[in-house]
Design a binder for this molecule. Structure first.
Ligand SMILES: [Zn+2]
Length: 210
């Protein structure tokens, strides 16, 4: 089962990717992880990518695509894989077609208001890393270790809005792209990841390989 998980930042697609990975024993692949892995191993592509990252620039598409292509050829992808956060643009999707046979694109649909609401009510414990939502119950201190909860910079409204803008201009056109290819399935992001997963599971199950 070769799957793409697609959705706005904050849609919870990473969590869904983890749940699929766990149940079906196929790897969750993100470009961030591949880049970190190549840089830590000091590969040639990793070294080139690092020069861009060190300068605060985006790693060029050719490099990202070469890394994804190599990753998908590894033995642990034989039974399938989940692409999480790739492709991000039409150009990347067009390149991907040349070396990957995608069974299904699962689009986790969530409203922009909901993404903002979730980010603004998210708090994290700087000590143990536990994540809380203060949407229903307001708390200031971590229930596990007692440390004062903080809001991550990534969850601040202006940062969230900027990420959403980039998503809308660069990535949202992919919905039409995959609709045309008739491999898009949409799931609405539910209140909890477990609830969302019930719907995601129904979609991916037919593609599971024994
Ligand atoms: Zn804590």
């Amino acid at each position: 089962m070769n799957i793409i998980l697609f959705g706005a930042p904050g849609s919870g697609k990473g969590t869904q990717a983890k749940l699929i990975s766990k149940e079906f024993g196929i790897p969750q692949i993100s470009t961030g992880d591949i880049l970190r892995e190549h840089i830590s191993r000091g590969t040639e592509l990793g070294e080139v990518a690092k020069t861009y990252i060190d300068e605060g620039k985006l790693v060029p598409d050719e490099i990202v695509i070469a890394l994804v292509k190599e990753r998908l050829s590894l033995p642990d992808c034989k039974k399938g894989y989940i692409l999480d956060g790739f492709p991000r643009t039409i150009e990347q999707a067009e390149k991907l077609v040349k070396f990957a046979d995608i069974d299904v694109v699962v689009h986790i649909d969530v409203s922009i208001n909901e993404v903002e609401r979730r980010a603004l009510t998210r708090r994290i414990c700087p000590n143990c890393g536990k994540i809380y939502s203060i949407a229903d119950k307001y708390i200031e201190d971590c229930e596990s270790c007692g440390a004062k909860l903080i809001q991550r910079d990534d969850d601040k409204l202006e940062v969230v809005r900027k990420r959403i803008e980039t998503y809308l201009s660069q990535s949202e056109p992919l919905i039409e792209f995959y609709k045309k290819k008739k491999i898009l399935s949409t799931v609405f992001s539910a209140e909890t990841p477990e609830e969302t997963y019930k719907a995601v599971r129904e979609i991916v199950l037919p593609f599971a390989k024994k």
